[in-house]
Ligand binder design. Structure first.
Ligand code: NAP
Length: 335
């Protein structure tokens, strides 16, 4: 085993869009695991939109990243040394200390995964946090019912691609998605079975949504915020429900967003807008795997992954690419 390894640190806090200069790739000694710890050689790491929020020095549901310290995030790797009961060399684990080639992880914070049951990458995507977000957000937060017309933004991303398909498989009367390119729109309608999809860059979201949802929508799964949320409020039917999952359109904004300007419609339509945090829904994890696992196995539910090769050195550009929309499905970095 090598004695040094790479890790990615936060070099400075971005104002507006992050750049390559936001990151520093540093060479460090491969750490030694202490009592109760394992040493993991990472195979895949995740880049996620929420990491942009952790680059800001603000109080939130997770603490901010520290300047000069390695970044953190979901990763899957192989145990190469173990001082923790229940973990052997050769096991694969999911943990939260990505952005580095080798991670020392407390055994209590690692979950064993099996690459023979499902590809290792899927534990960071369709079978992992984004998949559970889609499942819990649609069923628990938005209280989806068969027959609902469902609209999801960010529809070709890690969460969005699963939301639309669960809605379809559970009896939505119509599933509509928005995404940022013609290829993604094609992926949604031709590969994933969405009834309609549009490229939000082609024209006003409200007009495109109204055209694809002539009878309105009952559920909006919001990954984007801003103009998308305003358009959804305008198209929502009486007693419509919104799961507010993310607001990626404004994560790099330096001023408050202009939309939604039509929030008053919530009153007459008796709408419910509810925030969603996946960590509140761990109780649904087993139910999620039991239901979604067989759909994946029999091909009813498909998923895409965009895998960037090159490990720690390519992780910053993978993260920046994800924010720009370079990914279809889950964006991952392979070591
Ligand atoms: P993702 O959709 O795989 O990747 C981000 C996507 O956002 C990009 O591919 C890009 O696709 C789209 N995007 C970027 N700028 C945009 C803009 N201005 N307007 C519209 N779309 C834009 O990411 P994900 O992991 O599935 O996350 C999706 C959302 O869910 C994020 O907002 C994230 O913060 C949120 N989330 C929340 C929770 C929770 O617990 N609340 C958990 C996981 C994720 P296009 O090419 O389509 O623009």
């Amino acid at each position: 085993m090598t004695s040094t390894a790479l890790e990615v640190r936060l070099a400075s806090r971005p104002k507006g869009w992050p750049t390559e200069d936001t990151f520093e790739v540093a060479e460090v000694e491969v750490p030694t695991p202490g009592d109760g710890q394992i040493l993991v050689r990472n195979v895949f790491m995740s880049v996620d939109p929420y990491m942009r929020g952790r680059m800001n020095d603000v109080k939130s549901y997770v603490p901010p990243f520290q300047v000069g310290a390695p970044l953190e995030g979901g990763a899957v790797g192989e145990v190469v040394a173990s001082n923790a009961e229940g973990f052997a060399v050769g096991d694969h684990v999911l943990h939260g200390l990505g952005w580095r080639e080798y991670s020392v992880v407390n055994g209590k914070h690692a979950v064993k995964v099996d690459g023979n049951v499902a590809p290792l990458s899927t534990y960071l995507g369709v079978l992992g946090m984004p998949g559970l977000t889609a499942y819990a957000g649609l069923l628990a937060t938005a209280e989806f019912k068969p027959g609902d017309v469902v609209f999801v933004s960010g529809a070709a991303g890690a969460v969005g691609q699963i939301v639309g398909q669960i809605a379809r498989l559970k009896g939505a009367s119509r599933v509509i998605g928005s995404a940022g390119s013609a290829e993604k729109v094609k992926y949604l309608t031709e590969e994933l079975g969405f009834d309609a999809a549009f490229n939000y860059k082609d024209g006003p979201v409200a007009e495109q949504l109204a055209a694809t949802a002539p009878n309105g929508i009952d559920v909006y799964f919001d990954n984007v915020g801003g103009e998308h949320l305003e358009a959804a409020i305008a198209s929502l039917n009486l007693h419509g429900r919104v799961a507010i999952c993310g607001a990626i359109a404004q994560y790099n904004d330096t001023a408050p967003p202009a939309a939604p300007r039509n929030l008053v419609q919530v009153i007459a339509k008796r709408l419910t807008l509810r925030g969603l945090l996946v960590s509140d829904h761990q109780n649904l994890q087993q139910q999620f795997i039991n239901e979604v696992g067989p759909w994946i196995a029999n091909g009813d539910l498909k998923y895409a992954e965009t895998v960037v090769d090159g490990g720690a050195r390519q992780a910053p550009s993978a993260f920046l690419g994800m924010l720009r929309g370079d990914n279809t499905g889950k964006m991952l970095v392979k070591f």
